[in-house]
Design a protein around this ligand. Structure first.
Ligand code: NAD
Length: 298
């Protein structure tokens, strides 16, 4: 039997790569979004995450007309992947970004666990590390950025993602469900590697992203692995690729560009300052799309 996944926000920048990855890896997917995703075999239910009733409905729905054939009602759902959100500041007013993201995530997780779904993956963000949308030139506390960092965003979007991690943890404790938050780095689609020469030419332009990124297809792999890995309760995983977006080794690079930030452990030669070590060790992530495959390095 194919695993049945409800995916929120599948029509967005990340979802339009992650959903096809999941379909290619044997999942049946229902997209829940405000706009449709055009992908064969994937129906979109137009629904608003900020509306709890719509989320309870969406998570107890047929995926498509074939659902009527059994005569037994909608089949159980194996996991929910929740990506729908206002994905940064300055799209909507700050209070709307905070409201939609926090209430939306509360609604999706609550509906999932109260309907008996035992696995929820949510999209958290690199912005929780506090520098991405900070006022002024803020330094990180330490390197590498790992999941036990004292996250302290000052902006409304990063704060909404921090709150969402707490919401996830509360529901995991209350119900025993597995709820994993992916701290997703800057998502790079296949056509976006032409941005990298500019990243390399102006290293400080990538400080806010901690010189890290996630290939949208590799993000698909991480979501797949997270769906398959059971029994971990509440967890946070950095969802980024392996290496720094620079041509000099990481420790040398950080000594040059962030001389005042302590280095907490020895980093791999080109390890990303936002490290995916836990994601590799616990989920078994093996990246397929290192940026050097697509960008000529002088
Ligand atoms: N793009 C990045 O670099 C990045 C980095 C870190 C985290 N994230 C997170 O990853 C997730 C996906 O990001 P993305 O870049 O694909 O964003 P996106 O804006 O391209 O896609 C988000 C999707 O959510 C949908 N959506 C928005 N509000 C909704 C609502 N009220 N109800 C239902 N659907 C709604 C949108 O229609 C859209 O299809 C988000 O949670 C975002 O915060 C993104």
């Amino acid at each position: 039997m194919k695993k049945r996944i409800v995916f929120t926000g599948g029509a967005g920048k990340a979802g339009r790569h992650v959903v096809p990855y999941l379909v290619d890896h044997g999942y049946e997917v229902l997209n829940v979004d405000l706009v449709p995703l055009n992908h064969p075999g994937v129906n979109t239910l137009i629904a608003d995450i900020a509306d709890s009733g719509e989320m309870f409905n969406a998570l107890s729905s047929h995926f498509g007309f074939e659902g009527f054939e059994t005569g037994k009602g909608p089949a159980p759902i194996d996991a929910v992947v929740h990506f729908a959100a206002v994905p940064r500041v300055l799209i909507k007013p700050d209070n709307e970004t905070f409201r939609i993201n926090t209430i939306g995530t509360y609604n999706v997780i609550e509906a999932a666990v109260k309907l008996g779904i035992r696995k929820v993956i949510i999209a958290s963000s690199e912005t929780t590390y506090g520098v991405c949308f900070a006022e002024g030139d803020k330094d990180f506390h330490q390197f590498p950025l790992e999941e036990d960092y004292d996250i302290d965003p000052m902006d409304s979007y990063g704060l909404s993602k921090l709150v969402n991690e707490k919401t996830a943890r509360a529901f995991a404790m209350r119900t025993g469900a597995d709820i994993y938050a992916l701290r997703i780095g800057n998502v790079i689609e296949p056509h976006e590697y032409d941005r990298f020469p500019a990243f390399l030419a102006d290293p400080m332009s990538r400080k806010r992203n901690a010189w890290s990124y996630i290939d949208a297809r590799d993000l698909g792999q991480i979501v797949d692995l997270a769906i398959r890995k059971d029994g971990l309760g509440f967890q946070v995983f950095n969802a980024v690729n392996d290496t720094i977006t620079a041509t000099i080794p990481t420790q040398e690079f950080l000594a040059k560009y962030c001389p005042n930030v302590p280095i907490r452990r020895k980093l791999g030669e080109f390890e990303g300052p936002l490290s995916n070590r836990k994601t590799r060790e616990v989920l078994g992530f093996r990246e397929e799309h290192d940026w050097r495959k697509y960008v000529p390095v002088k």
